[in-house]
Design a protein around this ligand. Structure first.
Ligand SMILES: [Fe+2]
Ligand SMILES: [Fe+2]
Length: 405
């Protein structure tokens, strides 16, 4: 539905249908587009027209201020509102955060399940009520990303849809923080992660979980989920432009080969480029009904290849690796001494993490588990290589970091 609005009411997430003025003098190369970032908001405000047409079926609407808000001394616009703050968050070791994170994962699964059930009925009544959950997930990630992020990676195939949303929420928070975004934006990125796949409710489960290649028609149905989710979110209350944008564009690829709009490079917003990286990392590290997940370090290696091939923004991918580590929690590594161990925590040092060793390659036998801090000064021990747990036939290397507390 088209609506004419004064240009000063432009905000991020609107779909600009047309400027009310000569297009020839405008600085924009497209006639219609999503206003997907603060820079574009400013450009539209400064482009020399007084009014624009927006399509509120394809983007967010204006925010109407109560007539007497200024008189009552209330903030005149969202930009003037008090910003959200996480305050001072103290880092804790993974082992200390695990129990709290496990409780949070259970709570999240229920809450996201309820939200997805609502979506299945074709409506979302109160998305904002999920924000306290997003804030709790963010607080856990800020204390130590390794705990919650690694726990949700271990999700059962049955829980995939709900816990994938929780994982992407957590990863978005960690990445947003690494990129230096402010607390309010970090929180909105978390919410965007939680909601990004809400449109999957429109895709039949047997297609989502189908082993093997999808037919063209089935792939077409899957490709509809960003737009379906976007439509649902636009109709609900108080969904931020960031969440709308990530929902619609998390399957765009940096080289323009993604969907739904084939956007390329910086045409894809920062938040959607972040969403693409977080989404794929969790998808490929998770067990699915048709394939076992790859280990975290192997997943990063594959994603580095895909980045070179044009899938992800290289700057965003590099920041992502810095926040979850070259050797994420749960990675099996071989030390110089020949011992094999699992990474427990990499918060103090990405290259010299805390490792729990349990196997000797020299005697090819299990040894009593021992925790080694590779960052200790003077220690004559370091990581020689990453190892594949499946190739060693280790049934469950995750128990070493899960029970190390
Ligand atoms: Fe998706
Ligand atoms: Fe996803």
């Amino acid at each position: 539905m088209l609506k004419k609005i004064p240009v000063e009411k432009v905000r991020q997430g609107m779909y600009l249908q047309q400027l009310c003025g000569s297009w020839l003098n405008s600085p924009f190369w497209q006639t219609s587009f999503v206003i997907d970032g603060p820079e574009l908001v400013q450009q539209v405000r400064n482009c020399g027209v007084r009014e624009i047409w927006i399509d509120i079926a394809r983007g967010v609407d204006v925010v109407e201020q109560p007539a007497d808000s200024a008189a009552q001394g209330q903030p005149a616009s969202a930009a003037d509102a008090p910003r959200f703050s996480f305050g001072v968050v103290e880092n804790v070791p993974v082992a200390e955060e695990l129990e709290r994170a496990a409780r949070l994962v259970n709570r999240s699964k229920e809450a996201v399940g309820a939200m997805f059930n609502e979506a299945r009925m074709g409506r979302l009544s109160n998305v904002a009520s999920a924000m306290p959950l997003v804030e709790d997930i963010a607080a856990s990630v800020l204390r130590n990303p390794g705990a919650l992020v690694s726990l949700v990676r271990l999700k059962q195939a049955d829980d995939y849809t709900y816990l994938h949303s929780v994982a992407v929420c957590a990863l978005m928070v960690a990445l947003a923080r690494k990129l230096g975004l402010d607390d309010e934006e970090v929180r909105e990125c978390g919410m965007a992660g939680l909601l990004h796949d809400i449109g999957k409710m429109a895709v039949p489960n047997d297609i989502l979980n189908k082993p093997g290649k999808l037919t063209d028609a089935e792939f077409g149905a899957v490709k509809g989920h960003p737009s379906a989710g976007h439509r649902l979110l636009i109709e609900s209350d108080s969904v931020s432009p960031i969440a709308l944008d990530v929902c619609l564009h998390h399957h765009e690829k940096y080289d323009g080969s993604g969907y739904p709009h084939g956007l390329k490079g910086e045409e894809i917003s920062l938040h959607a480029r972040m969403g693409a990286v977080c989404d794929v990392y969790d998808a490929i590290t998770s067990d699915r009904p048709y394939k076992a997940g790859w280990c975290p370090a192997e997943s990063l290696r594959k994603m580095a290849e895909w980045t070179k091939a044009g899938h992800f923004d290289p700057v965003i991918f590099a920041a992502f690796v810095k926040c979850i580590g070259i050797y994420p929690v749960g990675t099996l590594v071989r030390l110089k001494s020949g011992r094999l161990g699992v990474v427990l925590d990499n918060t103090k040092s990405l290259l010299q993490p805390l490792v729990r060793v349990f196997f000797s390659t020299k005697s090819t036998s299990y040894i009593p588990p021992e925790t080694i801090d590779l960052a200790l000064p003077g220690l004559q021990e370091s990581i020689a290589a990453r190892e594949d747990a499946a190739a060693w036939n280790f049934p469950d290397v995750d128990r070493y970091w899960l029970t190390a507390a």
